[in-house]
Design a protein around this ligand. Structure first.
Ligand code: XUL
Ligand code: CO
Length: 441
């Protein structure tokens, strides 16, 4: 086991059960436990987000770094990148997390120019390959950072400058190569700056066409090189731009259909992006799932009192339970997983805080999974839902839904049937049922 950067955690975090008072032990995440036909680890496919966990410094707009990470101390950028990666794999091993996700610029320094950036990325991909082999940790997804470099300040694929769009295209090419080389199971597109600040200088239609073309170019390249990972789009309504084109699941699905991209993409749904869009996490999951397009999840949470992307670790059991109900109903996430796109607070400045944060998130989802499986096994919600729509099984309901009944026929039927009888949605009863499952675990 790697053991250099987190010497105080000298063994993998154990599972001790819910009675344990050990802060550095799992209470619910018993990775080998069977839930239905899969182990808890197979269901949840947790992943560490390299950018927050390894690259985060605790800085915000009002103050500089508050974390002094051992792995950021090397004198050279490539030395720092290598030590950061060693620390990352040590953390994955000690947490027992089997996947990680990165942006190209998280794992390798950008250097002076594009060619240097590409060379650095190749060096770090080789380095990652060695560590993946040594530890068995795999790449859930890779992506390109098309938002930090100032050239992307007015968009990457949707920049008004074709030169910038070409730069982004070249960068994505290398990021897909890196992801393929490392056996990445997915590749994510998050359009951080693909949106606008003001309509006074923006042609929305043209920018959306550019974005679609860019994604088609990526699909063509994927097919050409034989990359078999799933392409994912991650919706977010705003931040950093005022308005982003991939606002939410429904908007993104429409965009993909409109531009003939729907067969090549699924969605990566992030909890805090859902709430920024004015939706609940489970709403976004359910919309994506209903379209057969829920591919992966960025697991985190926002703060109801703050209107921005706080990216906190998920701890809300109600939310993780409802999320896992959606995931179980569609029989899992396939090649996707639960990526902790979450950061410890600025004041949580010790390396051990990274462990507390991930342990909490893993337990919240393991606990949610156990409850969700029981809700599904008992048909605690589904039998009610099925009955609620029961009037469509036969008669006028079946006729309308099969396209047999016209408006006139519906009227004829109504005139003999009389007024409909109001039927309760039983929301409070159902909320109590969910609570009774949560309380009993
Ligand atoms: C930003 C965000 C990104 C994506 C990957 O809000 O969620 O980190 O997950 O680019
Ligand atoms: Co994300």
């Amino acid at each position: 086991m790697l053991n250099k950067f987190f010497p105080t955690i000298n063994k993998p975090i154990p599972y001790e059960g819910k009675a344990s008072k050990n802060a550095l032990a799992f209470k619910y995440y018993d990775r080998q436990q069977l839930v239905g036909s899969k182990t808890i680890a197979e269901h949840l496919r947790f992943s560490v987000a390299y950018w927050h966990t390894m690259m985060g410094t605790g800085s915000d707009m009002f103050g500089g770094p508050s974390f002094r990470r051992e792995w950021h101390k090397s004198a050279t950028p490539i030395g720092r990148a290598k030590e950061t990666m060693e620390a990352a794999f040590e953390l994955f091993q000690k947490l027992g997390i089997e996947y990680y996700c990165f942006h190209d610029r998280d794992i390798a320094p950008e250097g002076e120019n594009f060619s240097e950036a590409c060379k650095n990325l190749e060096t770090m991909v080789e380095f990652a390959k060695g560590l993946q082999k040594e530890t068995g940790v795999k790449l859930l997804w890779g992506t390109a950072n098309l938002f930090s470099n100032p050239i992307y300040s007015q968009g990457a694929a949707t920049s008004p400058n074709a030169h910038v769009m070409a730069h982004a295209a070249a960068q994505v090419k290398h990021a897909i190569d890196a992801t393929k080389e490392l056996g990445g199971e997915n590749y994510v597109f998050w359009g951080g700056r693909e949106g606008y600040e003001t309509l006074l200088n923006t042609d929305i239609k043209r920018e959306q066409q550019q974005m679609a073309r860019f994604l088609h170019m990526a699909v063509d390249y994927k097919q050409k090189i034989g990359f078999t990972g799933q392409f994912l789009i991650e919706p977010k309504p705003c931040e950093p731009t005022k308005h982003q084109y991939d606002t939410d699941a429904a908007t993104t699905l429409y965009f993909l259909k409109e531009y003939n991209l729907i067969d090549h993409f699924k969605l990566n749904i992030e909890a805090n992006h859902a709430t920024l869009a004015g939706h609940s996490f489970e709403h976004e999951l359910a919309v994506a799932s209903a379209a057969g397009k829920l591919g992966s999840v960025d697991a985190n949470r926002g703060d109801v009192l703050l209107g921005w992307d706080t990216d906190q670790f998920p701890t809300d059991l109600y939310s993780t339970t409802m999320a896992m109900v959606v995931v179980l109903k569609q029989h899992g996430l396939g090649s996707g997983g639960l990526n902790f796109d979450a950061k410890v607070r600025r004041s949580s400045n010790d390396p051990v805080d990274l462990f507390h944060a991930h342990i909490g998130g893993m337990d919240a989802f393991a606990h949610g999974l156990l409850i969700a499986q029981k809700i599904i096994d008992d048909k605690a919600l589904s039998s009610f839902i099925e009955e609620r729509y029961g009037s469509f099984r036969s008669g006028i309901g079946a006729q309308m839904m099969s396209g047999k009944a016209t408006l006139e026929e519906a009227e004829q039927w109504l005139l003999t049937a009389g007024a409909p009888v109001l039927q309760s949605g039983r929301q409070e009863m159902l909320e109590n049922i969910v609570n009774s499952y949560i309380f009993s675990y």
